[in-house]
Design a protein around this ligand. Structure first.
Ligand code: MRU
Length: 320
């Protein structure tokens, strides 16, 4: 991604450490977080210095490099960070396999990340065909370069369509509680893609008023049946899209497809801490007696999905 004319990835390996654009600080400040140890990497994933399923996977491959002297312990530490994004487990399995076969850990990790970047680029190329001149598209959360190392999944579709000179407009759900929509807006702003941020509850308003022609989101885990987990609030957007006859697409690389499970009911949903709701941008906005529940993801049944945009093409029917 280009930020003020300079090329960036959301993470990279340099001087025996993982460097992350610190996503906790965006869009207000651009800061780089350095992870020198496995525990630093674990912290970065848990605390969402880095986030988004494919980027979490990329962080984990470099985390395995940092902890190569104790593969078993490193693997379990990384597996315990976030339960829902399948890419994390896919990436760790990839590294354990490479290390056990005697391949160079750092080279294998670089290869994983380069391959992921190319896959995301192809997702954009395949998905951009769906974007017609003048379309208004809704997206939820951040499925951009920040979530995938580079290009993005949903945002790769927008980036490539924009490169091709297509004119379209993006509605960006704010995505409470952590406001990943701000990250999406930050990426689109630097890309020069016209968009506006809306509160999560406004999506139905715009859909019903015929101001949304298509929805494109990313995914954290897609099962064999096509049910998928994504950021909390995705399910209701998909139901609203169906009610309003709006096509709903899910963009994801193969590393997000979990072939071990069939139904979305089998996906473990992460519940995160109270402070994500109670504190906003450093300021406490809830009295201490107020109790909250904070599921980070929900599951959308396959029947709400028009198609899956992957690096291999657009799959328009049930995926099994
Ligand atoms: O909790 P997050 O920010 O890691 O959740 C990310 C999402 O739900 C994204 O929409 C999804 O990972 C797709 S990222 C290409």
């Amino acid at each position: 991604m280009k930020i003020n004319g300079k090329d960036y990835r959301c993470l990279w390996f340099e001087d025996d450490a993982i460097k992350f654009i610190d996503q906790r600080k965006l869009p207000y400040r651009f800061e780089v977080f350095t992870a020198k140890t496995v525990d630093d990497c674990v912290f970065a994933i848990k605390e969402m210095v880095v986030r988004g399923a494919p980027a979490i996977g990329a962080a984990a491959v470099y985390g395995m490099v940092l902890g190569v002297n104790d593969v078993e312990e490193t693997m379990w530490k990384l597996r315990g960070t976030r339960p829902t994004a399948y890419d994390l487990f896919y990436a760790i399995d990839y590294m354990v396999d490479k290390i056990n076969s005697g391949e160079d850990p750092l080279e294998s990790a670089h290869k994983y990340v380069e391959d992921l970047v190319q896959r995301c680029r192809r997702i954009g190329e395949n998905g951009s065909r769906l974007i017609k001149e003048g379309m208004r598209i809704l997206t939820h959360c951040n499925a951009g370069a920040l979530a995938t190392v580079d290009y993005g999944t949903a945002l790769s579709v927008f980036r490539v369509a924009h490169e091709q000179g297509k004119k379209f407009f993006v509605y960006v759900d704010e995505t409470r509680p952590r406001c990943q929509g701000f990250l999406t807006s930050w990426e689109l702003y630097h890309e020069g893609i016209p968009h506006t941020v809306i509160v999560d509850n406004a999506a139905g308003f715009f859909m019903k008023n015929k101001e949304v022609d298509m929805v494109v989101t990313g995914a954290d885990r897609i099962t064999r049946s096509g049910d998928f987990a994504n950021k909390i609030g995705t399910y209701e957007k998909a139901v609203l899209a169906k009610e309003n006859d709006i096509p709903f697409y899910v963009a994801a690389p193969v590393s997000t497809f979990d072939n071990n499970i069939y139904s979305g009911d089998e996906i473990e949903i992460e519940e995160r801490e109270r402070t994500e709701l109670a504190v906003f941008n450093g300021k406490t906005i809830m009295p201490s007696w107020m109790k909250v529940r904070n599921p980070a993801f929900d599951v959308t049944p396959a029947r709400y999905v028009t198609g899956y945009i992957t690096e291999k093409g657009v799959i328009k029917k049930k995926i099994e």
